[in-house]
Design a binder for this molecule. Structure first.
Ligand code: PLP
Ligand SMILES: N[C@@H](CCOP(=O)(O)O)C(=O)O
Length: 461
């Protein structure tokens, strides 16, 4: 299995190299050269298997010879052991044709743990073979950062730096990042919004002297392995509702487009997914793009679902690559136009996107009202991101069952939940002292050169 860049000019890599490389050297994102498919019989055979076994069967064809079969099974077992639910990703029924996929039973209470726990295992195994030391720099609007801290803290051959937008993540998210005591992990509170943080991370990858000097790696969904690990729960949930004999749709609370792009890959692999519905908060660039064809930045506005406060949606580039017939130069040109504000999606590409994706937007008032309504109606306490998904799914209900991804635990966003249902959701017992732990963070400016010096100094000390 080979991986190519969405901009067409970076070296073609195997899985292990793509995982350790992060951003392609032409600024693009790695995608598989071809997508392996599963037959209806192979999909039907997933019914009743453990989450780990489904993960093995779905992911194995992508890995080439990076890991042996038993080795990969061992990595999956270690990755999902810390999850607090035996099903890993349980389904809950909200209405006759509407289901909630709870993706928040991992160690940091968000869907990011599904991929990050596994990448932590896979990177450690790869580094143990080469003896290398790497520097991971990631950007977060809250959840990627905490999941990465948890997966990489204390590792001898990894330094991890997480840039988060100062004052724009929830207190629980911040504390999950700033209370890690291990010296190899660093929480950096940056001036600006998530888009600024992500832009600086990409700048670091595009500065080859820095990138090669610190042996830079990425754990954002820039990294193909992140997306791949997220494909698995589309299979596990659809099969439990009767796939491949029954089609399903998914509604995905969307920001950086990684999670929903994983659903797109599942669909290309043969899983009968009718529609993938993009659910945005008032930072609705993706909904506007699907509706009008114009992908135009208009500034990030803080919301009660902060992890989705994103306007430059990194993985949309992967979807555009396919929609433009895998023409890397066309994608490179669109990404150039994006630097000066935005671009128009051609009619052909837009039709291709609309064949798979639908979209909807949820206002702040609707988010809060959805948390209240679902709590009163079903007893389910939604986090604000999941509420965005549920509201948009309700607008798309039809004959095909819809699964909405519940992307985070409500206790990560207690203020929004308290306002909606009059109760503060409790953190799990193992995190009960989160607010008593000492915080350790560094305030940093939105300045590439200063960030790079800080990282160089920290890894030298
Ligand atoms: C809780 C939560 N929901 C939804 C999203 C959006 O996911 P994606 O960025 O993969 O679109 C994020 C951030 O990634 C998140 O942390
Ligand atoms: N919402 C994310 C933003 C980063 O997305 P990623 O999937 O590219 O890591 C977060 O919580 O940090």
């Amino acid at each position: 299995m080979k991986y190519i860049s969405t901009r067409g000019t970076a070296p073609v890599l195997g899985f292990g190299e793509a995982m350790m490389t992060g951003l392609a050297r032409d600024g693009g994102l790695y995608v598989p050269q071809t997508i392996p498919t599963m037959t209806p019989d192979e999909i039907a055979a997933l019914a009743g298997l453990s989450y780990e076994e489904i993960a093995y069967r779905v992911m194995r064809p992508y890995l080439g010879d990076t890991f042996g079969d038993d080795e990969f099974r061992g990595l999956l077992a270690a990755a999902y052991k810390p999850f607090g639910h035996h099903a890993r990703a349980p389904l809950v029924q909200l209405a006759p044709n509407h289901f909630l996929l709870e993706l928040f039973h991992g160690p940091t209470l968000a869907f990011k743990d599904f991929a990050m726990q596994l990448i932590g295992q896979m990177m450690q195994a790869a580094l143990a073979k080469t003896g290398e030391r790497i520097t991971i720099v990631g950007a977060t609007s809250g959840d990627t950062g905490s999941a990465a801290m948890e997966a990489f803290r204390g590792l001898a051959n990894v330094d991890l730096f997480i840039l988060y937008p100062h004052g724009r993540v929830s207190e629980v998210q911040r504390r999950q990042m700033t209370t890690a005591v291990e010296d190899n992990v660093h929480a950096l509170a940056m001036d600006g919004d998530f888009d600024d943080c992500q832009a600086r991370v990409k700048d670091m990858f595009n500065d080859f002297a820095f990138r090669d000097g610190v042996r830079l790696a990425g754990v954002n969904s820039i990294n193909w392995a992140r997306v791949l690990a997220q494909v698995v729960y589309y299979f596990s949930s659809a099969v439990s509702l009767g796939a491949p004999h029954r089609a399903v749709s998914f509604t995905v609370p969307t920001g950086n487009f990684g999670d929903i792009f994983a659903g797109y890959i599942a669909r290309k692999m043969g899983l009968p997914i009718e529609k993938l519905v993009i659910a945005t908060n008032h930072n609705d660039i993706l909904h506007r793009a699907l509706t009008s064809g114009d992908y135009i930045k208009d500034g990030v506005r803080p919301s009660m679902s902060p992890s989705m406060d994103i306007q430059v949606s990194s993985n949309f580039e992967r979807a555009l690559f396919d929609a433009y017939g895998r023409d890397g130069s066309a994608v490179a040109q669109l990404m150039d136009e994006l630097k000066s504000g935005g671009f128009h999606i051609s009619q052909g590409a837009l039709e291709s996107l609309r064949a798979t994706f639908a979209s909807g937007r949820c206002s702040e008032e609707e988010t809060s009202a959805t948390i209240t309504r679902e709590y009163v109606r079903t007893g389910e306490v939604l986090c604000p991101h999941s509420a965005v998904g549920v509201k948009v799914a309700n607008d798309h209900l039809g004959n095909t069952p819809i699964i909405t991804l519940a992307t985070a635990h409500p206790a990560k966003f207690p203020d929004a939940v308290l306002e909606a249902i009059g109760q503060r959701p409790a953190l799990p017992a193992r995190m009960a002292d989160l607010f008593d732990r000492r915080e350790r963070l560094t305030r940093v400016p939105n300045d590439l050169a200063r960030l790079q010096s800080l990282i160089r100094e920290r890894i030298a000390s």
